[in-house]
Write a protein that binds this ligand. Structure first.
Ligand code: NAP
Length: 282
């Protein structure tokens, strides 16, 4: 019998997108310009193609224009940087999303840094990361941003709580921990070299799973009453947390799918409209 309450990311994301669509319509009425997100895809990796299409379709539904740039897999770092620099300078584009991974031959960091910070609605640049770290205005990486919204929606105040973030990638684990720290949680990062993951997770009032290993975190390691956010998405629609056993002990838990996942695109759309509003002087 599951005891934890579900954190419904699908419902929250729907509400955020509805509000975002209203803001996009209002912006268009007041300025004559619809917000526009440029998506850039290098190569034709099937998963990336699907993600980009999904993002474009969600943009359309929210009244956000999308401009898609498809580059061949042979594109060099210099060519990609030139494309992103041009989009950064184009006043009709308000947000830029560079789909990754992009292929081993591309210097990913150089590509990200070609995105103007004011258009970095996916929160991938150094400037965005630094602004987030210092609590200054800017755009956050979308999945960690979505995780924080879920916590707020379910009245979980991280202040003073022990948060354990499993995973330290630049787009997910690391920024999730920084955002929790900014909200006064005591944060521990775990990763592939962590000696005793179970012991660390057992201390956590808030667990963020961001690994990509199916059911790595088991219910027996969840502290009774903990809040569990599972960003993992593995084959077979399975998260990084063993949902059934974790739900026996957690107070709040995100399902997979339908928890953290939908929040990522909602945050992207919301940040795109915010970027457009700022650039249009609203
Ligand atoms: P990633 O770049 O591969 O990073 C994985 C992290 O997990 C690394 O920090 C790695 O440690 C750590 N790790 C690997 N094995 C571990 C283990 N046995 N114990 C503890 N830590 C371990 O992955 P990512 O891009 O952050 O994505 C993580 C998961 O989130 C994936 O399932 C991905 O599909 C999902 N995701 C979901 C969304 C969404 O919208 N919901 C968005 C992005 C990603 P090291 O640093 O030591 O290698």
């Amino acid at each position: 019998m599951s005891q934890a309450k579900l954190m419904d990311g699908t419902a929250l994301a729907r509400r955020i997108v509805e509000d975002t669509a209203k803001q996009a319509a209002d912006l268009k009425e007041r300025t004559g310009t619809a917000p526009c997100l440029a998506t850039v895809l290098v190569g034709a990796d099937p998963a990336s193609v699907t993600y980009v299409r999904m993002k474009q379709s969600r943009c359309r539904k929210a009244g956000i224009e999308s401009r898609h740039v498809e580059l061949p897999a042979t594109t060099t770092t210099a060519e990609l940087v030139a494309t992103l620099t041009a989009l950064s300078a184009d006043p009709s584009v308000h947000g830029i999303l560079l789909q990754h991974p992009m292929g081993e031959h591309i210097d990913e960091r150089a590509a990200f840094e070609a995105i103007a910070p004011e258009k970095d609605v996916d929160g991938v640049t150094f400037a965005s990361f630094a602004a987030m770290s210092f609590g200054l205005p800017g755009f956050v990486s979308c999945t960690p941003g979505g995780i924080m919204r879920l916590l707020d929606e379910y009245d979980v105040d991280p202040s003073g709580k022990r948060a354990v973030v499993v995973g330290r990638s630049a787009i997910l684990g690391k920024p999730a921990g920084m955002l929790l720290l900014a909200r006064d949680a005591t944060v521990t990062y775990c990763h592939s070299r962590t000696r005793d993951l179970s012991a660390a997770v057992r201390e956590a009032d808030i667990v963020v799973a961001a690994v990509g290993r199916p059911r790595l975190i088991r219910g027996e390691d969840i502290k009774p009453g903990a809040v569990v956010l599972d960003a993992g998405y593995n084959a077979g629609n399975v998260g990084d947390v063993d949902f059934e056993s974790a739900a026996e002990r957690a107070s709040l838990i995100t399902p997979v799918p339908g928890g953290v996942g939908p929040m990522t695109i909602a945050t992207l759309l919301e940040q795109t409209v915010t970027a457009a509003a700022r650039q249009l002087g609203m």
